[in-house]
Write a protein that binds this ligand. Structure first.
Ligand code: CFM
Length: 586
């Protein structure tokens, strides 16, 4: 079986990247165009975050994981979202209570499509949204009593095994001590109750929330139950959240190979599975950004090594399965993995070939989160499409440039804000999974632990790499590049589509998916085929074809003529004398 590393296929350049059918713009000029509108200080900062991939082998330093400049329309979310929504939220029988105003809770209520299918004897709380509904009274007089009452009430009704409490912005501002409330509740109720200081403002993005969540799960859940699962080749899948059912595809693929998943953190997972995930023999990391902290801490404390995998795309899935098999070093497993790969590829290749015939040479741009903008480039490549621009919302330099840059990342005040746990080897439970001889043999065969190349090395030379893309840059990108599809999220989706470009949501999958593993890949190919080959987008006239500059209409101006409005736009002043209804200062 090949790793897809043979001679470049038809329609590909010597590096194996698909060649765009339409002529492509000069990326250096495009970058200048994006940046020129900004005031000097902003331009200087954005210039470090908008790069042309001039040498993929030597990625340039990117200004990632820094504060978004006020006034820039960002795609980012908050620290609370990264903690409650992303890493812990999918644990289906943990009761999640948001301590804060109602909005924080409402907007984290089942918007992420992290699906669960609990066993009949397990409970699923995911459809509930629980909050203390903090009001003015609590903001002034403190909300600890209300939180204690909420925990008691929730326990009385639902009798969960564990309750997690999440702090929102006002909680940090007024200084409610959620950790003491949780400790007292733990003593009173006799169940596991723990809190997360994940106030929205705590970091520059949701990334800080991932770290806080990893720390809390590691401290309060992992290691509470030492009973291992019975299966052979036991692994944990980390950084996989079962969006649209992805974890189920990965699970069934691994099962076919005879690999047992002890826990998927955090997709369709129970509290109990988290408490004994330290008994597995390997951690495989899908989304490095959100869970690398946990993988590192578990290796230090319990001796479980970790490897990076990617089950998005055919070639990624092939490589990941082979790497797991190599780690366990069992002929039985290796043979079985090769059989499964052959079967899966035989089923997938006809779909891939059919779709590729219609998508070859088309272009994509991806601006998503902290890992998908990288992983999904493989799926597009599978069907002959080339990624001309990509970027993360909140990733760190290592996600772009590779893990070797970790020692050179400057720790700023925003990162120092997040606790770095001091972890040591567990005196009783630390157990190296391989002998030094076994590790040496693996290394001699080219096997590497903890390696993560980052996105830039795997992108085509000349592609744009844009961190925390602004609304303005996205508009300019569409105008200049006219990609055939953009992969992004709900905040941008309809703006992109109004410009005549289809947008595939890669957070929620637009109610579609799963897209992971071979079976998921077939779904993705078909979906993208449908999106880029429909003629409907040609019927949309983008704004720049109507107006040379999209006017900033600050006021409601029913009587202003078009020429007056255009005049006003040139000077960036609203025709105040015509203002009616809305306040010109708003
Ligand atoms: Fe990891 Fe994610 Fe992502 Fe992420 Fe996310 Fe997500 Fe994402 Mo939305 S954990 S970094 S914080 S892969 S919710 S499942 S899609 S931004 S690219």
């Amino acid at each position: 079986m090949s790793d897809h590393a043979e001679a470049p296929a038809d329609g590909c350049d010597p590096e194996g990247f698909p060649i765009a059918t339409a002529p492509q713009p000069d990326p250096v000029a495009a970058r200048e165009e994006f940046l020129k509108i900004y005031p000097d200080k902003t331009r200087k900062k954005r210039a470090k975050q908008v790069l042309v991939n001039t040498d993929p082998a030597k990625p340039a330093e990117i200004g990632a994981n820094t504060r978004t400049i006020p006034g820039i329309m960002t795609q980012r979310g908050c620290t609370y979202a990264g903690c409650r929504g992303v890493v812990i939220g999918p644990m289906h029988d943990v009761l999640h209570i948001t301590h804060g105003p109602i909005g924080c809770s409402f907007y984290s209520w089942q918007t992420r499509r992290n699906l669960a299918r609990p066993h009949p004897d397990q409970i699923n709380f995911l459809q509930y949204s629980m909050t203390t509904d903090m009001m003015e009274d609590e903001v002034i007089f403190g909300g600890e009593k209300k939180l204690a009452a909420a925990i008691r009430e929730a326990y009385r009704i639902f009798k969960p095994k564990a309750i997690a409490v999440y702090a929102t912005c006002p909680v940090g501002l007024i200084g409610d001590d959620i950790h003491t409330v949780c400790r007292l509740a733990r003593e009173e109720l006799g169940i596991n109750v723990f809190g997360f200081s994940c106030e929205g403002y705590k970091g520059v993005s949701q990334s800080a929330g991932h770290h806080i969540a990893n720390n809390g799960v590691f401290k309060h859940m992992v290691g509470l139950n030492d009973t291992p699962d019975e299966g052979e080749f036991r692994i944990n899948v980390f950084g996989e959240y079962n969006i649209g059912g992805d974890a189920w595809e990965i699970d069934s693929l691994l099962k076919k190979c005879g690999i047992h998943v002890t826990a998927t953190l955090s997709g369709d997972i129970s509290y109990e599975q988290v408490t004994r995930c330290h008994t597995a023999d390997l951690n495989v990391v899908q989304c490095h950004r959100s869970i690398n902290y946990m993988a590192e801490m578990m290796e230090v404390k319990y001796g479980i090594p970790w490897i990076k995998v990617n089950f998005i795309g055919a070639s990624g899935s092939v490589k990941s399965l082979r790497k797991i098999a190599r780690y366990f070093d069992s002929k039985k497993l290796t043979d079985r993995v090769e059989e499964v790969i052959a079967q899966e590829l035989a089923a997938l290749r006809p779909v891939q070939a059919e779709v590729k015939a219609r998508c070859q040479g088309k272009t994509a741009a991806l601006f998503v989160g902290g890992s998908r903008a990288h992983h999904y480039q493989d799926l597009f490549k599978d069907i002959g499409m080339i990624t001309v621009a990509a970027g993360y919302e909140f990733a760190h330099r290592d996600d772009y440039e590779g893990r070797q840059v970790l020692p050179s990342i400057k720790i700023d005040a925003d990162s120092r804000n997040i606790e770095q746990l001091e972890v040591e080897a567990d005196p009783q439970r630390f157990r190296p999974r391989k002998t030094p001889e076994q590790d040496a043999a693996l290394a001699a065969g080219g096997f590497t632990y903890r390696d993560y190349e980052g996105m830039v090395r795997e992108m085509k030379k000349g592609a744009l790499v844009i961190d925390d893309i602004s609304h303005h840059e996205l508009e300019k990108l569409i105008e200049i590049y006219k990609p055939d599809v953009i992969a992004s999220g709900i905040k941008e989706k309809f703006i992109i589509e109004k410009m005549g470009i289809p947008c595939k949501q890669l957070h929620s999958y637009d109610y579609g998916g799963p897209y992971a593993a071979f079976t998921g890949a077939a779904n993705f190919y078909r979906e993208i085929d449908r999106m880029v080959n429909t003629k409907v987008w040609k019927l949309v006239t983008p704004p720049w074809k109507r107006d040379p500059q999209v006017p900033a209409r600050l006021v409601y101006q029913p009587k202003a003529s078009r020429s007056e409005a255009e005049e006003a736009t040139k000077t960036w002043k609203a025709p105040a004398q015509k203002a009616e209804g809305l306040n010109a200062e708003s």
